[in-house]
Design a protein around this ligand. Structure first.
Ligand code: PMP
Length: 388
């Protein structure tokens, strides 16, 4: 289904498309009066619920005070939000720059790393997704999301090892369900990555990873993975960039960022989506050293750090911290996962059920197209998304 005048690639979901009238919490209402549970959470953006009253009140207040300025000028909101961020981020990530989206955040982080390391190449994962701009599409390994023609040259890809592409047919790693990347798979992946760094390390400025592969299919590496990746990055003088666009702001449970949960210690973190509960905002947080490298360069974003989006982000973060949402997500995420495993794992068309916090996926067998399941869920009042 398409809407006239939009680019024809814009296809709305569902045979009878959903025309949204209003939304509240985890529910969405259509113009024909039906109600849906939005398990897709505004495509992973509505971290404290649709039209959260506290966020809406802050946005209203800010829109009436000043709705636009740029980083040419200061606001008290900017200063207080930066302080709030600093209180929740690790001390070493002490420099921040606001942009408008996840794509722009990844793009800016890569520019920073290249200037920092004075090297041109970004090494990304073959199963990764990083956005819709020309650079971030070029950094995206998933075929379906690559640029229409060609791409940027200074990009290398590394495959994430998993049971699916494992050459060891006799492997008994026991990595089905809940932990698809076994410790063995992860170790093999890193051995191969070390080889790549040995060969190309003098040109690699950064390794770009998602803590949990989102669009790539909800794959969570085991804890030792990122610890060793950090050591490798140090050895080969490359920055480690964490794309937390999907995983940040409590979605994976327990901690505010999946990096903390999975022992990933990045030089640069990219954030967007859940940061402002659906208002457009992206953020890059960096170490002093990495940020320093751009000191002599000109860079500007007209809308980055817009006060209305910042007010939404400020209130969203207050709610997440005050209501201890990461702990809540860990608890209800574990219950949801358990429930899904116990009720669906014997279903022949279900291959694997996995996830962390409320970032949960059900891998289907080839015999059952995900689009069919998405459509059936919709008919029953449940909105879900497709990845992988
Ligand atoms: N990185 C990741 C991991 C994402 O999942 C996405 C969006 N799905 C992006 C970057 C791009 O974000 P945006 O759509 O805000 O540009």
């Amino acid at each position: 289904m398409t809407t006239p005048h939009l680019f024809p690639f814009v296809r709305h979901a569902y045979r009878t498309p959903l025309t949204i009238d209003s939304a509240e919490g985890c529910r969405i209402r259509s113009t024909d009066g039906k109600e849906y549970i939005d398990a897709y959470a505004g495509v992973a953006s509505v971290s404290v619920g649709h039209c959260n009253p506290r966020v809406t009140a802050r946005v209203r207040e800010q829109a009436g005070r000043v709705h636009h300025t740029t980083m040419l000028y200061r606001t008290e909101l900017l200063t207080s939000y930066l302080q709030q961020l600093q209180d929740v981020l690790p001390d070493r990530l002490c420099r921040h720059f606001f942009v408008n989206s996840g794509s722009e955040a990844v793009d800016f982080a890569c520019q920073t790393a290249r200037a920092h390391r004075r090297k041109p190449v970004i090494l990304a994962m073959s199963e990764g997704f990083h956005g819709g701009s020309f650079l971030t599409k070029s950094l995206t390994g998933l075929d379906a999301w690559r640029p229409a023609f060609g791409g940027i040259d200074d990009v290398l890809f590394h495959p994430v090892s998993s049971c699916r592409n494992c050459p060891d047919s006799g492997c008994s790693a026991g990595c089905r369900h809940l932990e698809p990347l076994s410790v063995d798979c992860a170790a093999r992946c890193l051995d191969e990555l070390e080889d790549t760094l040995r060969i190309h390390g003098d040109r690699i400025a950064a390794v770009l990873v998602e803590p949990v592969l989102g669009v790539g299919g909800i794959l969570t590496p085991p804890r030792p993975f990122f610890r060793r990746l950090r050591t490798l990055c140090d050895a080969f003088e490359a920055d480690l960039i964490a794309d937390e666009v999907q995983t940040g702001f409590g979605r994976c449970g327990t901690t505010l960022f999946a990096s903390d949960l999975l022992d990933l210690q990045p030089d640069l973190v990219c954030m967007a989506k859940g940061i402002a509960n659906g208002y457009p905002l992206g953020l890059v947080s960096a170490t002093e050293d990495a940020a320093d490298a751009l000191k002599e360069f000109l860079h500007f974003s007209t809308f980055g750090g817009n006060p209305v989006s910042l007010a939404a982000a400020d209130e969203t973060l207050r709610i997440i911290v005050e209501e201890q949402l990461p702990g809540h997500v860990a608890r209800i995420g574990a219950r949801l996962l358990e429930g899904l495993v116990s009720s669906l794992s014997e279903t022949p068309s279900v291959q694997e059920i996995r996830g962390i916090g409320l970032m949960i996926g059900i891998e289907l067998a080839d015999t059952l197209p995900a689009a069919t399941v998405m459509e059936r869920c919709y008919e029953r009042g449940l909105l879900v998304g497709i990845g992988g």
